[in-house]
Design a protein around this ligand. Structure first.
Ligand code: ZN
Length: 290
């Protein structure tokens, strides 16, 4: 197995096609480790952005990439991807990045600039951050930064001496080597087919129509929060704040509730949440009369 650890630099720019801001990749950096975890090759390529010729101040500060450099050495995204795919070519490659945000940005750039998600050179992926974090015991469940992780693992390398584009790749590689465990690693490896990438960039949303192809609010079992028995609807559902609300009654408890149902469409399912709060007496009385 070879390990391809890559890192992207991007610039946040407005896309007229997407009618919103997106992160446009301006550099790919990668290091290749062989099965003995030795660094055998490196890759770096600047990419000429399409959305804007000017880098944002934040991007310039973060990456130290200048507009002049991009002009001189940047190539189109499609070409850079071809080069990267050719460089990383191999039967048994595991691609890794520090947190999956690089993979997310790569996927959304494919979609925006190539119009597809055929990232077929990446067949296996592991989030190095997730993997490394599994070796660190701490109460804080927040994601750990790469430099904090390196410190935690007692890694001391002079980042000043490393090539800018590859600094994070080298650091990630060092962290990975420190905690390399073949058996444990297999639990963090994802097979990357089209669905994997589709799911990655899918944006979940709250359903606001009571009946759709994938959801029907009237078919939801409404449950009494007190006795866990069935609640009966006393009126129509109203859509309030992207959720559905209606007055309900529990015959057993003789209580009246406001029941709220919220439906979230994710890539492959609909997650339904419900909550019932007892109504105040005045309001409940009015409902009874009706
Ligand atoms: Zn009840």
């Amino acid at each position: 197995m070879n390990y391809i650890i890559f890192d992207l630099e991007w610039n946040n720019a407005y896309s007229y096609a997407k009618k919103g801001f997106m992160n446009e990749i301006i550099e790919i950096g990668a290091v290749k480790l062989n099965n003995k975890l030795e660094t055998v090759d490196t890759f770096k390529q600047l990419i000429m952005p399409k959305l804007t010729k000017k880098l944002s101040g934040r991007c310039k500060n973060l990456t130290n990439i200048t507009n002049e450099e991009l002009k001189e050495n940047g190539i189109p995204f499609s070409q850079a991807i071809k080069e990267f795919a050719r460089w990383s070519k191999g039967e048994n490659n595991l691609f890794m990045t520090w947190s999956n945000s690089d993979l997310y940005v790569l996927t959304s750039n494919y979609q925006a600039f190539l119009g597809n998600l055929n990232i077929d050179f990446i067949t296996k992926y592991c989030d190095a951050q997730k993997y490394c974090m599994s070796f660190i015991e701490r109460d804080n469940k927040n994601q750990i930064s790469l430099s904090d992780c390196a410190q935690e693992f007692g890694i001391d390398i002079d980042v000043e001496k490393l090539h800018r584009a590859l600094t994070d790749c080298y650091l990630t590689a060092e962290c990975f080597k420190k905690v390399y465990d073949e058996g444990k690693l297999s639990g963090f490896v994802n097979d990357c087919d089209n669905r994997f990438f589709e799911k990655l960039i899918y944006k979940p949303y709250l359903i606001t129509k009571p009946v759709t192809d994938v959801f029907n609010v009237y078919e939801q079992e409404l449950i009494c929060p007190v006795c866990k028995g069935a609640l009966h609807r006393v009126d129509e559902f109203d859509c309030v704040n992207k959720s559905f609300r209606c007055p309900t009654k529990c015959k057993k408890c003789r209580k009246t509730f406001w029941t709220t149902v919220r439906a979230k469409k994710t890539y492959d399912k609909v997650e339904v949440f419900q909550r019932s709060i007892e109504m105040n007496r005045k309001k409940a009385k009015r409902i009874k009369k009706d």
